[in-house]
Write a protein that binds this ligand. Sequence first.
Ligand code: OSB
Ligand code: MG
Length: 368
Amino acid sequence: MKLEAITLREIRMPLVSPFETSFGRTTERRILLVQVHAGGAEGWGEVTCGETPFYSHETTDTARHIIADFIAPMVLGKPFEHAAELRAMMRLIRGHAMARAAVEDAVWEMQARLAGQPLARFIGGSRAEIACGVSIGIKSTIAEQIAAVGKELAAGYQRIKVKIKPGWDVEVLRALRREFPRARLMGDANSAYTLADAAHLRQLDALDLMMLEQPLWHDDIYFHAELQRQLRTPICLDESIETARDAEQAIALGACKIINVKLGRVGGFSSAREVHDVAQRNGIPVWCGGMLESGIGRAHNIAMSTLPNFTLPGDVSASRRYWQEDIIEPEVEVSAQGTITVPTAPGLGYTPRLDLMRRLTAWEKTLR
Ligand code: OSB
Ligand code: MG
């Protein structure tokens, strides 16, 4: 098959409430959607990067540039059999994994639909439902943070992650542990610490946390191993893992005991499956991370979470936690047991709402 066109569309979606991490605060998303077209068929993808280069180097604007000026000429009109081949077609591009992933994953979605299979099964997944956690942003007071956690536990979410940073960490998690003695709790630092904070972070060991996510530098593996030797709390790597090789190195060095897999960060389904397989061979559980995705990216995350080694609840939660109205139908819903039922219809398993997308569109361009 050959791709005949790629449509890029930037939509603006205000979050129902602002999301704050150690690197900044998001109130409105600028999301770049990708639609691939081939022989009358089409597939949907989402670029999962942020608006700012503070989580990774990619932004909504760099993704537009990379897809329009480099990826499109590499893939349009070029023959391939399977979506997994797209990665090799884009291999000259260094980095920009989220831009590459959006295009590759749109092709996986299209081929799943053409094969009459749900995306989850097409990528090799087998779960009928997935376990859900939530990621809760930094609040202005501990009382507010406790209220936010209580609300999500009451809704049924199986694991609570809170964002931490220097000055908003041990005290907050201690208060949450006191209030919710049996909850599965974790913290995500988004690289806000250095090894000089090891003694401070060791106080977390008393709080029975499931894990501490990405405490140190975004591009570091080696020093996370040093920190893990000083902590009982399992370290989970997010930012540091961009390829299966990164996962192999991190595991070999003892830099983490758990891996957060984000489809965009690792460059799409083919790379995500490799990261998954490396972790599985080494007895390291993985879970699906989130990037405040719209329904399109969320549907891809649900599919990825059905692979066998996704054994921990992910940051894949209900559409309504983020959006007044999501751009897919039905919206993603989470049961009172904290699960999402994996759709069984071919492809994405949800219907993109073109009417709503049109209203949210800032600009649109079709590359041929
Ligand atoms: O580090 O996991 C992260 C959101 C944006 C950038 C980085 C992260 C996050 C989240 C939110 O934690 C996860 C979600 O609910 O989509
Ligand atoms: Mg993270």
